[in-house]
Design a protein around this ligand. Structure first.
Ligand code: CA
Ligand code: CA
Length: 457
């Protein structure tokens, strides 16, 4: 129907044009009349109708038939192709099926950069604002053996308008503290635009896993600020601990109060003890100063024998079963600043209810020199032994203050190692000077000492 009406309309139009212009149709019609052409029936019909229209034109004004409102067949709205999400797991059939479909794998998810690494510049820098520059040490994911000591250093830039004084700190905020301090002061003032390296001494946890600690800057008033958007983000240290690499198996400092401390005085000594206690005392030094005046980042045990001639102090630790290759390590000496010190330092041990025996001994005086202890425990492999840290006053006990810098048992990585030099991958920075290496494999007879406490006080 529509088509016919449209044809008619077109024909009328054409006729209209041809009538006024005496166009080709008129000529054709003339030819038809002269028998020179055969009329197309529709043409004739059209003409007749056109004439009818023309004749009635005078009768009424042609209401211009509103051009048939073109009802557009609603073209199907273009539905956007559903976004084909190609999962990496889609397995395409082997080629040859002729499909020729090439699935472009979605680019792997881009890791959103950690907030700490994207300092966002703002137009108006605040008084206190920082930007992360670099991990100077310990890049993310660094693997450590359990108990390893390491120093994390962040390089940060002052992008604020205020100078960071040394009252500013980098403070622990959240996550795993890794034996770190609550806060470290900035090592030097940092003017706007300058960078600073901020070191923090940390200890890897004792169990396998991933660990992260977040740290934030604080100004002199204790107000936190950081890096990134709004200068609110912390910086972090991110490590992994793997015992497969070996590590510190026994820390005699952090477990000091698990030991039983005794001297010639009656009863067990308190732990930690009180400096100056005439019965003898033990406590932990967190930033010990060695005989040469140097401050070490490892903790130490300060031990003083009972203040009497031939006094002693000893700490009997819980039993431990060494494996071949395990080593007892420590640095020993006298406490810095002691006016006089003359002690005998011993590593003793006890198996079951047997008498105490000595595996190592060394006379220490305050001479500016410390001694490195490195004992192979292989002779005791498979046997539960109680290691005993002992200090004898070697005569008068006045000012006898003995220092044990980070005594611990170290196990090398991988398969058991044969007795020999200590593994080269000692965890953490070796801050202790190697003065003398004393691998005393043969336990010394206990009766070589003129002065020695009786095993049963
Ligand atoms: Ca002495
Ligand atoms: Ca010394």
């Amino acid at each position: 129907m529509r088509a016919k009406k449209l044809d008619l309309f077109i024909a009328v139009l054409l006729l209209g044009i041809s009538i006024s212009a005496c166009g080709p149709l008129e000529q054709i019609m003339a030819q038809v009349q002269q028998g020179q052409a055969t009329p197309v029936p529709e043409m004739l019909t059209a003409r007749a109708q056109t004439e009818a229209v023309l004749m009635t034109q005078a009768a009424y004004t042609p209401t211009r038939t509103p051009t048939a409102t073109r009802t557009l067949t609603p073209t199907p709205s273009i539905t956007p192709f559903p976004q084909t999400t190609l999962r990496p797991t889609i397995t395409l059939p082997a080629s040859g099926s002729g499909g020729g479909v090439v699935l472009t794998p979605i680019p792997s998810l881009t890791k959103i950069p950690a907030p700490t690494n994207t300092p966002r510049p703002t137009s108006t820098p605040p008084c206190d604002g920082a930007a992360f520059v670099a991990d100077v040490t310990v890049p993310d994911g660094t693997v450590y053996v359990p108990g390893a000591r390491f120093t994390k250093i962040w390089r940060l830039k002052n992008v604020g308008t205020c100078t960071w004084t040394t009252t500013y700190t980098l403070s622990f905020k959240s996550g795993d503290r890794m034996n770190g301090p609550a806060a470290v002061p900035l090592p030097q003032p940092v003017a706007p635009g300058q960078t600073v390296d901020i070191p923090v001494n940390l200890v890897a946890p004792l169990y396998d896993g991933s660990y992260r600690g977040d740290w934030i800057l604080k100004n002199g008033s204790g107000i936190e600020f950081g890096i990134g958007s709004g200068y609110k983000s912390s910086v972090y240290v991110d490590i992994r601990v793997s015992a497969a690499m070996g590590g510190v198996l026994f820390d005699f400092v952090s477990t000091a109060c698990n030991a039983t401390w005794q001297s010639g005085a009656s009863g067990a000594l308190p732990c930690p003890g009180k400096d100056g206690d005439p019965a003898g005392f033990v406590y932990i030094q967190t930033a010990p100063r060695l005989e040469d005046g140097r401050i070490d980042s490892d903790p130490a045990l300060l031990t003083a024998p009972q203040n009497t001639t031939d006094g002693f102090i000893r700490g009997i630790y819980p039993a431990f079963t060494p494996q071949i290759g395990d080593r007892f390590k420590a640095t020993i000496g006298c406490d810095y600043g002691t006016s006089f010190c003359d002690v005998i330092i011993q590593v003793d041990y006890k198996i079951g209810n047997n008498p105490i025996q000595t595996m190592y001994q060394k006379n220490e005086v305050l001479d500016g020199v410390n001694t490195t202890v490195n004992i192979d425990l292989s002779p005791y492999a498979g046997t539960p032994i109680q290691i005993i840290l002992t200090v004898l006053s070697n005569g008068p006990a006045t000012n006898d203050r003995a220092q044990w810098l980070f005594p611990h048992i170290y196990r090398g990585p991988g398969t058991p190692i044969t007795p020999g030099p200590s593994p080269t991958n000692t965890p953490g920075p070796t801050a202790t000077p190697t003065i003398t290496l004393t691998p005393t494999l043969t336990p010394l007879p206990t009766n070589t000492l003129a002065v020695r406490p009786s095993p049963t006080p």
